[in-house]
Design a binder for this molecule. Structure first.
Ligand code: IPD
Length: 287
């Protein structure tokens, strides 16, 4: 049967609002939250309860579809070509436990390993971001629905020196991964030979999904991260592309990003300059 993406989108929105109520009713503790791989990789009872609710709701409605969720993922679990819900119950768990107002549920839907529906909801700010492949993307806040990007005629991208960059430390602070992040942050924060700054500034809002909707909105020009998972990016990727943005790999030369690729570079919609910004970022990341 033909997939009804609109119906899936509407279901994801209902589920997102329910998840938002669960997050806002919770009283997470930064002292007593659990950890996964290390002390910066947090998980709470709410992450698990939300994922359980979401998977039950989605698989009851669509028993033939697959489900990949952050809290039930196990190494070796493969993304297939079939219709798959790809879900992060709470993206920005560290923010969630500290009550820093940048966390969300990220609900993606992929077919043929490509994101075709995305719903991201920040319950703290009551901001809902949505996108359907070929139908555009939107943000709804205070009951008003706006098309993305927020500027109807986004400005051209000049060069990195005028960009606001989103970049994350992630939870892996060890070895080569940490060395690369440290180098990239330092290079972006530095001044150029002429005394000007390399970039306007760097932000680390603490949620890959929210980084992607900031780029989709045009509120950040670039997002770079080298340790994301499918559930961090699936929904935001769809929303970004529908807003005229592009997603490429984080490794120099990697123009074809994949849902399982882990390393990403997202650039906002612009009449020109996207490819040049990609090349400039790759030059910073590379070598
Ligand atoms: C994390 C956040 C964080 C990013 C990590 C993600 P989680 O997701 O998006 O900003 O740096 O790579 O894993 O653990 O809060 O769901």
């Amino acid at each position: 049967a033909e997939l009804n993406l609109q119906e899936i989108h509407d279901l994801l929105i209902t589920v997102a609002h329910e998840a938002g109520r669960m997050m806002m009713a919770a009283t997470p503790s930064y002292l007593f939250s659990g950890t996964k791989k290390n002390s910066a990789d947090l998980v709470t009872d709410t992450d698990q309860a939300v994922e359980k609710m979401v998977s039950t709701r989605l698989l009851t409605a669509h028993p033939d579809f697959k489900f990949i969720g952050e809290e039930t993922y196990h190494p070796g679990q493969q993304l297939t070509e079939g219709p798959t819900f790809i879900v992060d119950p709470i993206d920005g768990t560290t923010n969630f436990v500290h009550a820093f107002p940048a966390f969300c549920i990220s609900l993606g839907f992929a077919v043929n390993k490509s994101p075709v529906v995305g719903v991201i909801y920040n319950p703290f700010l009551d901001e809902l971001y949505t996108g359907i492949k070929g139908k555009g993307s939107f943000v709804t806040r205070n009951g008003t629905k706006l098309r993305l990007p927020l500027k109807q005629e986004p400005e051209p991208l000049k060069d990195l020196s005028t960009c606001l960059i989103g970049a994350e430390w992630g939870s892996d602070r060890t070895g080569n991964n940490f060395a690369v992040k440290t180098k990239v942050f330092a290079k972006l924060a530095a001044s150029r030979d002429d005394g000007g700054a390399m970039v306007h500034s760097i932000r680390a809002v603490g949620s890959a999904a929210l980084n992607l909707v900031l780029v989709a909105s045009g509120q950040q020009d670039v997002f770079w991260e080298g340790g994301c998972w499918a559930w961090d990016v699936c929904a935001g990727w769809c929303i970004l592309v529908e807003a005229g943005g592009i997603m490429v790999g984080g490794n120099p030369g990697d123009w074809e990003a994949t849902i399982e690729g882990r390393k990403y570079l997202a650039i906002r919609g612009a009449p020109n300059g996207q490819k040049e910004i990609v090349e400039e970022m790759w030059a910073v990341i590379g070598d």
